[in-house]
Write a protein that binds this ligand. Structure first.
Ligand SMILES: Nc1ncnc2c1ncn2[C@@H]1O[C@H](COP(=O)(O)OP(=O)(O)OP(=O)(O)O)[C@@H](O)[C@H]1O
Ligand SMILES: Nc1ccn([C@H]2C[C@H](O)[C@@H](COP(=O)(O)O)O2)c(=O)n1
Ligand SMILES: [Mg+2]
Length: 245
């Protein structure tokens, strides 16, 4: 099982100035939030096994309905990754009597981003309790502040970033016909999510593109056609991932 070498401290969420600010002016204040995140989250030693090996991490990004979850299922089947969807972890936390339940519900309904402390904690908990060493982290990081929080708290960086690039009209159509009873699958929330994606998530993609980590996938086409663009990305790094196991 993966574990952090040193303990991570999560400061009290409810008394967090950062938390309150996110809820007041999230989309317009993202630069300030990122700057705050740099100083806010404690740097710790990297996520690693007892023998010092590190997990192989893929971030799976793209707008709402771009097909991230659908492609993750195929990557899991073909390449044996552990799939961690940030949205699914938050939805599970929401219905689990968590003290954050109503905050998560309201945030998701409004198409905004849950404070990073909560999401990073859920992701790291899953990673630490998994026997797998290859992770697909789907729908995360959704903002620079998410990214900085993860990198600082875990001490880890992604090996690969997949970006499912999809036109807005296609994303809207897919979300509206998803039919899974999600509270954010309605036109008003989708419009907000698209704005948040552009304002907060594109800068993250840009950041990793500058580091040469982004693999852009044209997300228009059939599920199988899209997977044929994804497959070579993981074929190319199979050996690197194996060396971590
Ligand atoms: N290539 C495709 N062609 C047609 N429909 C698709 C395709 N890929 C996914 N879908 C469908 O579109 C909907 C959204 O896909 P999916 O849930 O994978 O998107 P997502 O990127 O995970 O969205 P979100 O960020 O909202 O979780 C689903 O109903 C899925 O079955
Ligand atoms: N890093 C994340 C991921 C997700 N959320 C919230 C806000 C999203 O609109 C919602 C659904 O996520 P999805 O299933 O579409 O990936 O969950 C977040 O706040 N932070
Ligand atoms: Mg999804």
């Amino acid at each position: 099982m993966w574990r952090k070498v040193t303990a991570t401290s999560f400061s009290s969420l409810k008394s967090s100035i950062f938390f309150k600010r996110l809820h007041l002016q999230q989309a317009t204040k993202h630069n300030a939030a990122s700057a705050s995140a740099v100083s806010r989250f404690a740097t710790v030693a990297p996520l690693q096994e007892k023998d010092g090996r590190c997990p192989f991490i893929t971030f799976v990004l793209g707008g709402p309905g771009s097909g991230k979850g659908t492609q993750c299922i195929k990557i899991v089947e073909t390449f044996g990754f552990k799939h961690l969807s940030a949205g699914d972890l938050l939805r599970r936390e929401m219905v689990s009597n968590s003290e954050y339940g109503s905050m998560i519900l309201n945030t998701i309904k409004e198409g905004r981003i849950v404070p990073s402390e909560v999401t990073v904690k859920l992701i790291l908990k899953e990673m630490e309790s998994s026997d797998n060493h290859k992770f697909l982290i789907d729908g995360f990081p959704r903002s620079e502040e998410n990214r900085i929080a993860f990198e600082k708290i875990s001490g880890a960086e992604p090996d690969v970033v997949l970006f499912f690039d999809c036109p807005e009209d296609v994303m809207v159509k897919r979300v509206l016909s998803r039919n899974q009873g999600r509270i954010d699958d309605n036109i008003d929330t989708i419009k907000k999510r698209l704005k948040v994606f552009e304002a907060l998530n594109l800068p993250v993609i840009d950041y990793y593109a500058k580091k040469g980590k982004v693999h852009r996938i044209n997300a228009v086409g059939t599920v199988d056609e899209i997977f044929e663009q994804v497959r070579p990305v993981f074929k190319a790094c199979e050996q690197k991932a194996l060396n971590r196991s």
